[in-house]
Design a protein around this ligand. Structure first.
Ligand code: SF4
Ligand code: SF4
Ligand code: SF4
Length: 309
């Protein structure tokens, strides 16, 4: 008997659903064992038919998102939070830093391409006070971060639901698939604002460039560092950061770069705090991160909103 799957998209970019379609012929193979009863990227379905598995993309940002998440949860036996927005808030999580009125004023009412003071259609679903990951609203059975998760991980996750003995979701970091080597270097200084490096074989950290690969769960096959760009951490934190309250993205990267280059750890810490909107871009709305001791996310990322210096 086929496993039935029902999907929904909330506040995200639809990229996670596109990744599902990107399974290409694997999707056809999968169709031997699964049946999509609801998948908005491929079919028009307004209701929530009963299904074995629910796949949900995007964060909870509006009243509509909340209602949709609850309705999907009620209609499925197992729910997968699919993609970094669903698991940690993702890029949509930037809205966690500001009150809804501030966002509406700057983006819509007084935006550069909208008429000044234009009022919003009152019939539209209202923004909630904040943006939260899906598991803050409904119970999630499996978290599959990634922006989007690589198709191979999607196939593995769906396979694991069907045959958990044969398919395991490993918890390695992006470094595990990176071809660069970490080596101690001397005479290196912190390269602020850099994502490219002169040496294609040496770890970015060894060259004084912040790379989040060592603190990021591998759900992508590490394309960025292998093609010359430092990892931005789009799949969210590594397993040790998730389970250990005292471990954080900034402190772990700063410590590792300090050990490789001798650059003052406090200098790296201060730089990453100053650029928190970049280095926590995918996770800042997640309590997994903002509840850590020593993480002052709103002070770092939006001092203008908090009144901090
Ligand atoms: S996780 Fe990334 S790809 Fe998926 S919806 Fe969010 S922004 Fe888009
Ligand atoms: S920190 Fe970045 S560059 Fe260094 S090994 Fe890990 S992924 Fe590769
Ligand atoms: S930014 Fe990092 S986690 Fe995201 S796709 Fe690139 S290597 Fe993977």
């Amino acid at each position: 008997m086929k496993t039935t799957i029902s999907t929904e998209w909330l506040s995200g970019c639809s990229g996670c659903h596109v990744a599902l379609v990107d399974l290409h012929e694997k999707l056809l193979n999968l169709m031997d064992s699964v049946e999509f009863v609801r998948i908005p990227i491929l079919m028009d379905e307004k209701g929530y038919p009963p299904a074995d598995v629910g796949i949900i993309e995007g964060a909870i940002r509006s009243e509509h998102d909340r209602e949709a998440a609850i309705a999907l949860r009620k209609s499925v036996k197992t729910l997968i939070a699919f993609g970094t927005c669903a698991v940690y808030g993702g890029p949509s999580g930037i809205g966690w830093l500001y009150p809804p009125e501030t966002i509406l004023n700057s983006v819509y009412r007084n935006g550069p391409t909208t008429a000044s003071g234009e009022s919003l259609d009152a019939t539209l679903p209202q923004l909630e006070q904040s943006v939260v990951p899906v598991n803050e609203v409904v119970t999630v059975d499996l978290h599959l971060p990634g922006c989007p998760p690589h198709p191979s991980w999607i196939a593995t996750a769906l396979g694991a639901l069907h045959d958990p003995e044969r398919h395991t979701l490993e918890q390695k970091t992006v470094c595990s698939q990176c071809e660069r080597s970490m080596k101690k270097q001397t005479g290196v200084s912190l390269q602020t604002g850099q994502v490219h490096a002169s040496d294609d074989e040496l770890c970015f950290l060894s060259q004084g460039i912040v790379c989040l690969g060592s603190v990021t769960m591998e759900r992508c096959q590490s394309p960025c560092p292998n093609r010359g760009i430092a990892c931005a951490g789009c799949a969210g934190p590594s397993f040790d950061i998730i389970v250990e309250p005292h471990l954080d993205i900034r402190t772990m990267v700063a410590r590792r770069m300090h050990m490789l280059t001798g650059i003052d750890q406090a200098e790296i810490d201060a730089y990453m705090e100053q650029e928190a909107k970049t280095y926590y871009a995918y996770t800042l709305a997640s309590p997994v991160i903002y509840n850590k001791p020593g993480v002052k996310m709103k002070t770092w990322a939006a001092p203008e909103a908090t009144g901090s210096p």
